[in-house]
Design a protein around this ligand. Structure first.
Ligand SMILES: Nc1nc2c(c(=O)[nH]1)N[C@H]1C(S)=C(S)[C@@H](COP(=O)(O)OP(=O)(O)OC[C@H]3O[C@@H](n4cnc5c(=O)[nH]c(N)nc54)[C@H](O)[C@@H]3O)O[C@H]1N2
Ligand SMILES: Nc1nc2c(c(=O)[nH]1)N[C@H]1C(S)=C(S)[C@@H](COP(=O)(O)OP(=O)(O)OC[C@H]3O[C@@H](n4cnc5c(=O)[nH]c(N)nc54)[C@H](O)[C@@H]3O)O[C@H]1N2
Ligand SMILES: [Mo]
Length: 763
């Protein structure tokens, strides 16, 4: 890595604008798809087109003519690339040699087009026939205890594929179904059911038209859900205040020029996005939210004592909530000193934000990984709902909670059965439809799967997409363990490092992207997904596949299932592959309330919405009400050893030009980083204190007293506008620094946004 000239400089452009238009053109040229690619992009996120393979942001019923963003366009170009590799590429390179390639170089070889098996004698992947691959995998799976196999899913696979895959794993006998969601919004899926009785957000696109206030926590919208900038821009044009809590001043949340508006592009007009920007300390969200709640509750106490206008919605609290008094008391008892120390924010700034919130009739709270990937991630999510409940901001137009999900179908996969938790599975329905007893033992989530791989309980790993070995923490502890596995199977579009860190038997199974035409016995097939606002959409592939030896994901899952399971007259895998609408019928039969008239409604412009109790103020919780939850502590990172003066908190985060572990290029335009990702950004005062200068090269070491050394070297120091005591660098390059056990308490989401480290200058 970092071979090229590396620079960083201040960022001056707004998000969007000409920089964005230039970037779309340049990736289409690089992937050799300029003319054709532009035509494909016109179908992106359209009611009759395909759903973008990048983020999960909502797809409107009345899309813009160009309903795609710079990063969605990059993801499309990456999939429809004209670069393809077949068996001859693999004949030239051993896996050991490929291991020395960077993540970017591995994926940049292009689409994998033939099924392959690793050959131990030559250390190369060698072409194999599909049926032989299925038969061998089936035999290997049948030979072991079901719970020794893990079936991972990355959040891109469709509802149809996910349903079939989860059913297959359960018929095989295990709930070991970890998902990328375990590293992502699991803190939401665990936190929200206890407070508001649903595992997902309550906000829809329509709410953006009615809201009169937005609070943003820990999300880099300009890079990771750029189409949302349109909704933010429209809201700002109506005068809606946007208050942002983020340690970094992310350009997309500062200002935006709509790259699809000719007037804005020509005049350079930009919209200010955040009206107040609070650069809090990493992990300071519970404290900041505590400050907001305290201010509101105490202002309400005063108002009531003086006969003034109440600050809280007491009628809502009385009718709809549980636990208010205990929560209010806990907030009254917080000291401003503790709040200021833990959040890194001044009381006056929090008071200003709280007053903005109090003025709004309908407010929505939105958040991303800055909130969930912390030791106290679940608690912070619950503080979000606490704040909303104080003013009845759930279940009315323009208000609600909006966790901004990651992968394009990550939310939907959970809806149709990808989960390690048996309590979330409609076992009776599965029994009734397919005449088998679903396993009742809890399966492994991502962290538990890693523990199982380390201690030998797991001996086979099947991955439906993703790049598990790079996405997880503690790379250097994990890497040797992969080699001890008996079997690894990667269903994939591209080659990545997870396929090189393989087991003793390893298979690489190339699948179609959903942008591609999926021709089956009954004709071209469509698939479906659920977006971040709980809407389901159909998606039709429109591009020619990169070869005739790739199979669709449903066909691969069915192939493995048939080769592994004893025949079951109630599951006709072949018919499902011939006609995906039958899989959707099965989904509807399994989840009738959510998927009523699925095959028909998936083509509604704007999709169809799942029923959500909380959105109608029906609380499916143990108390039958929405629950206030008292936070245990304001401390952002209870795993952090006593704060020695040299210890800083590191967040590992995405940059522009990457989709998770897929790195398109080494530039992060918005943050002024060019030609490298081997950087660490520090507060200038910390640099002075630690005796470091710009361009010094340092090794970062994790402060964890568990006997393992965790280090990442070669990081170039840069001064950056970040709160004192905090630093940031890139994911996945810095994942070796995260201890596997350093995760959110209840959800086990790795605490990627707060790693205690020290820095050592390299000679
Ligand atoms: N182009 C593109 N789009 C993507 C992805 C991608 O890689 N590329 N990934 C997809 C996926 S899977 C996901 S999950 C989402 C991720 O989207 P985000 O949730 O935006 O994830 P990150 O890029 O990790 O950025 C986290 C943000 O939180 C801030 N932050 C860090 N720590 C804290 C904290 O303690 N408190 C607060 N308040 N803020 C903090 C960071 O400064 C950063 O702005 O994006 C999805 N969309
Ligand atoms: N330090 C740190 N670690 C993190 C995070 C962080 O912020 N910091 N974020 C976490 C989060 S939020 C997430 S979601 C995970 C992501 O973890 P994963 O979802 O496992 O990783 P991705 O990088 O999204 O997976 C990319 C790979 O998916 C494959 N792929 C792409 N498209 C398709 C397709 O259509 N079908 C199939 N079968 N395969 C396909 C390609 O081979 C590509 O290389 O990482 C987590 N890890
Ligand atoms: Mo994610």
């Amino acid at each position: 890595m970092a071979k090229e000239h590396a620079t960083t400089g201040p960022h001056t452009e707004p998000a969007g604008g000409w920089g964005s238009a230039r970037a779309v053109g340049s990736i289409l040229v690089k992937e050799h798809r300029l003319v054709h690619g532009t035509r494909v992009l016109m179908q992106q996120n359209k009611p009759d087109g395909f759903m973008c393979v990048s983020c999960s942001w909502a797809k409107p019923a009345h899309p813009h003519p160009f309903e795609f963003c710079e990063n969605g366009a990059k993801a499309t170009a990456w999939d429809i690339t004209s670069k393809h590799v077949s068996a001859s590429f693999f004949a030239e390179h051993t896996c050991t040699e490929l291991e020395s390639w960077s993540d970017h170089e591995l994926e940049a070889i292009g689409r994998v087009t033939v099924p392959m098996r690793w050959d131990a004698a030559t250390d190369k992947y060698v072409e194999i026939g599909w049926q032989q691959a299925f038969d061998e995998i089936g035999a290997l799976l049948r030979a072991r205890e079901p719970d020794a196999t893990v079936f991972y899913t990355s959040g891109r696979a469709s509802l149809e594929t996910s349903y079939m895959y989860a059913l297959f794993a359960r018929m095989y006998g295990t709930n070991n179904l970890p998902d990328s969601s375990n590293m992502c919004h699991e803190s939401t899926s665990v936190g929200l059911p206890k407070t508001i009785g649903v595992p997902v957000g309550t906000v829809t696109l329509e709410d953006f038209e009615h809201t009169d206030c937005m609070f943003f926590f820990g999300h880099n919208t300009g890079t990771n859900a750029p189409r949302m900038l349109h909704q933010l821009q429209e809201a700002r044009q109506r005068g809606v205040p946007i208050v942002t809590f983020n340690p970094l001043r992310e350009p997309g949340l500062v200002s935006f020029t709509n790259p699809q508006s000719p007037v804005e592009m020509l005049t350079g007009k930009e919209t200010q996005i955040s009206t107040q920007y609070l650069q809090l300390k990493l992990g300071g969200d519970t404290a900041a939210l505590g400050g907001l709640c305290k201010w509101l509750i105490e202002a309400d106490d005063r108002a009531r004592a003086e006969g003034g206008e109440p600050m809280l919605d007491h009628a809502f609290i009385a009718e709809h909530t549980h636990g208010f008094e205990a929560f209010a008391d806990a907030m009254r008892q917080l000291s401003w000193e503790d709040i200021e120390r833990e959040s890194g924010l001044a009381r006056a700034a929090l008071a200003e934000a709280a007053a903005t919130y109090a003025r709004a009739k309908a407010c929505m709270l939105l958040y991303g990984m800055g909130l969930t990937q912390h030791r106290n991630g679940v608690q912070s999510v619950q503080m979000v709902t606490n704040l909303l409940l104080l003013r009845g901001n759930i279940g009315k137009p323009g208000a609600g909670v909006c966790p901004i999900r990651g992968h394009s179908n990550v939310q939907g996969q959970r809806t149709v059965g990808i989960t390690e938790k048996p309590s979330k599975v409609p076992a009776d329905k599965l029994r009734e439809l397919y005449h088998f007893d679903p396993p009742t033992k809890k399966g492994m989530n991502t962290v538990e799967a890693c523990e199982g791989i380390l201690d030998g309980r797991v001996s086979a790993f099947v991955a439906l997409g993703g790049n598990f070995a790079r996405a997880i923490p503690d790379h250097y502890r994990m890497e040797p363990a992969w080699r001890r596995l008996d079997l690894t199977v990667g269903i994939t579009t591209r080659l990545n490092r997870s396929h090189l860190l393989h087991g003793r038997q390893a298979y690489l199974l190339p699948c179609l992207s959903r942008i591609e035409i999926d021709q089956q016995a009954t004709g071209e097939q469509a698939v479906s997904m659920e977006d971040s606002t709980g809407c389901f959409h159909g998606s039709r592939g429109i591009h020619e596949p990169p070869g005739d030896k790739l199979l669709s994901e449903p066909a691969i899952v069915a192939g493995i299932a048939k080769a592994t399971l004893a025949p079951n007259p109630h599951v006709d895998w072949d018919r499902w592959v011939d006609d995906y609408s039958l899989v959707r019928d099965a989904i509807e039969a399994t989840y009738p309330k959510i998927f009523k008239d699925f095959n028909f409604r998936m083509w509604n412009p704007g999709g169809f919405h799942r029923p959500l109790g909380a959105a109608e103020r029906k609380w499916e919780t143990e108390t039958g009400k929405a629950n206030f939850v008292v936070p245990e502590t304001l401390d952002g990172d209870p795993d952090m050893p006593e704060h020695g003066p040299d210890v800083i908190r590191l967040m590992t985060t995405r940059g522009d030009n990457q989709f998770n572990t897929t790195v398109y290029a080494l530039d992060d335009r918005f943050r002024g980083v060019h030609g490298t990702r081997q950087v660490i950004m520090l507060n200038p005062d910390d640099m002075k204190r630690l005796g470091l200068r710009e361009d010094d090269v340092v090794t970062a070491s994790t402060v964890a007293h568990d006997g393992f050394t965790r280090e990442v070297g070669g990081l170039r120091v840069r001064p950056y506008n970040i709160p004192a005591g905090c630093a940031w660098s890139y994911y996945p390059e810095c994942n070796p620094l995260i201890p596997l056990w350093h995760h959110a308490k209840e959800s086990k989401v790795p605490a990627a946004k707060s790693v205690p480290i020290t820095l050592r200058k390299e000679a």
